[in-house]
Design a protein around this ligand. Sequence first.
Ligand code: SF4
Length: 697
Amino acid sequence: DSKDFDSETESVCPFCGVGCKVSLKVKDGKVKYVEGINGPANEGRLCVKGRFGFDYIHHSHRLTKPLIRREDAPAKGLNVHPDNWNEFFREASWDEAMAFAAGGLSGLRDQHGGKAVAGFGSAKCTNEEAYLFQKFIRQGFLHNNVDHCTRLCHASSVTALIENVGSGAVTATFNEIENADVAIIIGANPIENHPVAATYFKQFTKRGGKLIVMDPRGVGLRRFAEEMVQFRPGTDVSMLNAIMHVIVEEELYDSQYIHRWTENWEAEKAHLKDFSPEAMSEICGVSPDQLRRVARIFAGAEAGMIFWGMGVSQHIHGTDNSRCLISLALMTGNVGKPGAGLHPLRGQNNVQGASDAGLVPMFLPDYQSVMDDGIRKAFTDVWGAGDFSNEKGLTVTEIMDEAYAGNIKGMYIQGENPAMSDPDVEHARDALAKLEHLVVQDIFLTETANYADVILPASALYEKNGTVSNTNRQVQRVRPAVTPPGDAREDWKITVELAQRVGLNWDYGDVSEVFNEMKINMASLNNITWERLKTETITYPSLSETDPGQAIVFGDGFPRAEGRAKFTPASVIAPDESPDADYPMIMTTGRQLEHWHTGSMTRRSNVLDAVEPEANCSLHPKTLRRLGVEPGEHVRLSTRRGSIVIMARADRAVAEDMVFVPFAYVEAAANILTNPALDPYGKIPEFKFSAVKVEKA
Ligand code: SF4
């Protein structure tokens, strides 16, 4: 009852890219209750994370004071936790900590050049914070070595989308499924990872929509599927090319659409000749009959959508996987009309917005190339800065390699945890240990903070003001329901002061001033005003000050030459490492319903941690029997990178030669095992396929 609370504040859930709107009920300075409200993406619904995953913001582990590493501290990398932190760090005033943080970064710049310093921003921060972060590196250090976790999730999807349809965002909101006849969901597990979006997918099947689920694991939505296509891990291109082969062979494609809106069709058609279902069945493990059925269902529908997740993107052939999905949508005329579209389901609540805001090494805000002199000038004119490099910057994993090699000597990391989230994480940890000056800005002592020289206490989403953009391109306001604990500050304010202290002439009195600066060079924000956002959620592009925004784009052409989308043929590439006698099984990683990414928030949320307290992996019951392991006992998982011990669960949905490992658990960190091999285009690591040995522990 509202009289039980002191205040109620509208904001947005801090977890997944669905972007559910919430009402935060506050009593005695603490959030006590979270309720879903009527946002366009959730219509009042919430999943267990949004409903119960809020008390981490009041956890006793919150950082409340700036910390500086003690001169007599033990070696970097040892586990710092709330009970022993003062062996490693001492409390400092903001003035001392900021002087130390900025002095270290600018000192490295002055001694070795700007490229000695790199930055990782965060998809958990707001659009304004992401914008300021990339501006800090570009203006302050004159290069583009700035990135964030999109590199680890949908970088390959975005690469393929920009290449072939001219824009990295979704072409239709997930709500458009209500107008679709058929939908493919591939490499995604929405019931666990986008649970509120999954409710729309289930409703779609209840009104007769045909759902085709494609995944090496039998994910939960299979229960609602017309076809569950369980293919061998890493064989997406062979399977998708076979489906498109059938569409060509049986002339099920949309000639009119292809002729009017696309280019390179003849090359695609010729390329697909070699991918018959019979030939590809051997590779992907799907019967020719099922491949033909899926082709006919999808191509025969009036309107179809394609959704995909990290199962598609996190491979060395992630860009090729996305190219195939784009080609499938284009050849069937399924872009730019109601009930049709391409939708990579975004993971973090603001990974779309952070990417839009330019927190990527190759693009300025709105995906404008850093290599274009005119575009760079448009930004430096606004920023009043010297020109920054016209070279594409380094990505997350490349920055880590350069740090390991000693070429990058200083880093500013805001709200990211690469010591848990990077592939082959021991390599990333060694790289962090080599840095001469590491500034970590976060709300907890993360594993990355083990390597920090200075730690700046920052804010949780429910403590800050700004905007975020969800998977649907919907821009929404977040508002502070409570104040940050102790001396902690909003992230954007910390970046502004740091910028001033490294010599930049920044002056922002309010976060709305940052938003208004973004609008100058971001056409995607046309007609979206701070005033409107006080009461509205607005989908970009918005065509007028009264337009709530366009749920579907590209009905009248693509933002490419001559308005045409492009077919880019994709060939089969084997995963980077194959199972062999030493490592005979396949490991794949992902999330589970209750925990979020590296677990720093959800494992400090009482209800979520109580439901899922222990690191676990999933194996087929037959595999467990073969190993002599009972469910609940522990197994040792080993790859060429390292090994972990973890509790085993039985799950019939996992293939007999596979193990699924969530990556939220520091005590059994999945990324000790993962393969850092990169997709050559999107530079995304192959998280979804590692050769692994599984033994009873
Ligand atoms: Fe939050 Fe995503 Fe759950 Fe919505 S579906 S409540 S955004 S975690």
